[in-house]
Ligand binder design. Structure first.
Ligand code: 13P
Length: 243
């Protein structure tokens, strides 16, 4: 399976940043991976025009579970689809923490995304306290069990909360064993469909550690935060993915 190298711009970026960034991606995106950029909502439309005709996919960072309605400040999955995006990140730990998103909320959003024709990228991951208590796998299994719809199709991203934006990553053994546990849980939950779901690793992925992380078994790509804001770093991570 081709690896997916996804960039989550979080709450960074202005219109003036787009042109040079997309020009670099158009020129140098490696052919052996799929690339996805998830900018803030304000930049989606302009990104869609700038990326038109390229192989680089576009995604949102959240959507509302309802198709439409009186929800001030929210954005629906259909609106994200309407501007030309194909993916949406859901259940990122920053949304779970800052907006109190429960697994049930994430599942509702995933159902809305799938209904609108978007590919959801569902984030799971343990806190540092949960890892220290030996509960990391149980926490992630529970998130998967309750965040994924019964008929889930999409992508899963394993992002240990303590590795996000900290420069710290789990050991290669810990990443490999968590990804194996996620694969097992996906197959138990979804049957054969669970075998085909890409499992991304996210949390302090940088050009310097990308090759080692992306070569691990059951790692199907990366969800990159800070390093995705610089085209050169994002491209170096993509280039480091195994052929
Ligand atoms: P960093 O790559 O900045 O650690 O962020 C990871 C992340 O949260 C991507 O969704």
């Amino acid at each position: 399976m081709r690896q997916l190298i996804a960039g989550n711009w979080k709450m960074f970026g202005k219109r003036a940043d787009i042109e040079a960034f997309t020009a670099a991606l158009r020129a140098d995106a490696p052919a052996h991976v799929d690339m996805l950029v998830c900018p803030p909502f304000t930049l989606l439309d302009r990104f869609a025009s700038t990326l038109a005709g390229s192989k680089i996919a576009l995604g949102g960072q959240d959507c509302h579970p309802a198709a439409e309605g009186a929800h001030t400040g929210d954005i629906s999955a259909a609106m994200i689809r309407d501007v030309g995006a194909s993916h949406v990140i859901l259940g990122h730990s920053e949304r779970r923490t800052n907006h109190g998103e429960t697994n049930a909320v994430v599942r509702g959003k995933a159902e809305a995304a799938i209904a609108a024709g978007l590919t959801p990228v569902i984030c799971v991951g343990e806190t540092e306290a949960e890892r220290e208590a030996g509960e990391a796998e149980a926490v992630v299994r529970s998130q998967l069990a309750h965040s994924l719809p019964a008929q889930f199709s999409g992508v899963v991203a394993y992002e240990p909360v303590w590795a996000i934006g900290t420069g710290r990553t789990p050991t290669e053994d810990d990443v490999a064993s968590m990804h194996a546990a996620i694969r097992k849980a996906l197959v138990e939950q979804l049957g054969t469909a669970g075998a085909a779901i890409a499992i991304l690793y996210g949390g302090s992925v940088k050009p310097a550690n990308a090759a080692a992380l992306l070569a691990l078994p059951e790692v199907g790509g990366a969800l990159v935060g800070g390093a995705s804001l610089k085209a050169a770093d994002f491209l170096a991570i993509a280039t480091a993915a195994p052929l």
